[in-house]
Design a protein around this ligand. Structure first.
Ligand SMILES: [Zn+2]
Length: 347
């Protein structure tokens, strides 16, 4: 177990001493998110329940972030996010729903209502950047229509699925059986995709969406606590897909750091802050470069693939942790909250 779980002596968010944190058993869900941990457990021959019962939840005495301690070692995180479960299910599921059923990510408010609230607090929003995953928030909502050109790009990407060369022919019966199973799964997937594509084309593209931003961006961020920049579906990375199908300009986090202050009106982070290596530093960077930052965040109990839980308590405490930040809770649901962060000096 020691190679899977490691202890920390500091809060992963603000670096306060971990021994000052309060034990909060109700902050961890030992039933949710297990599919992400299952490949790791099977590989090490350990029951999932053995792993989850070894993890405790705490609340930091200073920043009020919840964190799990012990949590997964670097090797275990690689097995979870790079090998065992290398794609972000929720993001790609949102992507498929958008381009097959014309469904957009479920947020507590409509795009128009949400922008109305944000603009009433920080002024006109013309440019928008989504950070961490391009398929969780307003980017998918801001596509003005599903154009034939974009569809052609998607279809083209189906053709880029990996093919086997003669040098990769199976050497053993077990390899052959694995290949047969994988081939069968690929055939099922392609059949399903063709069905979805036919249905979507038959439905005609929607032109009813609001064209809400003059310029959109996607900001991928490397991370060891999430899928980072490794996430790919249909033969294309999510970063490439954000550009080819959503029309977003891709900028790196370095580009953002080097950009002039307030170069982007709004940055959206939807269920991705808790997957970052340094969530607090990232928030500070975003706040220095944008008029406002919109964060959709989980509420406790947190599932164990997240080391930190940044819920209501954390955001209410944030004005003491980041100077001059104003926090507005835009909407709340049972399991998540939508917070708007802006700079007091500018609002
Ligand atoms: Zn802390």
């Amino acid at each position: 177990m020691s190679e899977i779980l490691v202890s920390t002596d500091e809060c992963p968010v603000c670096k306060s001493p971990a021994n000052l944190a309060e034990l909060c058993p109700d902050a961890i869900s030992r039933e949710a998110g297990l599919r992400y941990l299952d490949p790791l457990a099977r590989r090490h021959g350990i029951a999932l329940t053995e792993i989850t019962k070894s993890i405790n939840a705490y609340r930091c005495s200073y920043c009020q972030a919840y964190f799990l301690n012990p949590w997964f070692s670097e090797d275990a995180r690689n097995e979870i996010f790079l090998a065992g479960h290398p794609i972000h299910n929720m993001g790609w599921s949102n992507f498929l729903k958008r381009f097959t059923n014309n469904e957009t990510p479920k947020l507590p408010l409509s795009t128009a209502d949400l922008l109305g609230v944000i603009e009433s607090k920080v002024g006109k929003i013309s440019s928008y950047a989504e950070l961490g995953c391009p398929f969780m928030g307003l980017l998918l909502r801001s596509v003005d229509s599903i154009s034939l050109e974009r569809w052609l790009k998607i279809n083209k990407s189906f053709g880029s699925m990996p093919r086997f060369s003669a040098r990769q022919l199976p050497q053993t019966i077990s390899d052959f059986m694995a290949l047969a199973t994988m081939s069968s799964n690929i055939v099922k997937l392609v059949t399903r995709l063709r069905f979805w594509r036919r249905r979507a084309l038959a439905q005609k593209p929607s032109v009813s969406d609001i064209k809400c931003f003059e310029q959109t961006y996607y900001i991928p961020v490397p991370s060891s606590k999430g899928w980072g920049m490794n996430c790919a579906g249909f033969g294309e990375s999510c970063t490439a897909m954000s550009h080819t199908t959503l029309g977003a300009k891709v900028i790196t986090i370095s580009n953002l750091v080097e950009s002039s202050d307030r170069s982007i009106d709004l940055i959206g982070i939807f269920f991705m802050l808790d997957h970052q290596d340094s969530p607090l530093d990232l928030l500070k960077t975003c706040l220095s470069k944008a008029k406002a930052v919109l964060v959709l965040t989980h509420e406790k109990p947190f599932s164990p693939q997240h080391q930190v839980g940044l819920g209501h308590d954390f955001f209410l405490r944030l004005p003491e942790v980041i100077p001059d930040v104003r926090i507005d809770c835009v909407a709340s649901r049972k399991s998540d909250h939508l917070f708007l962060l802006s700079n007091i000096t500018e609002s």
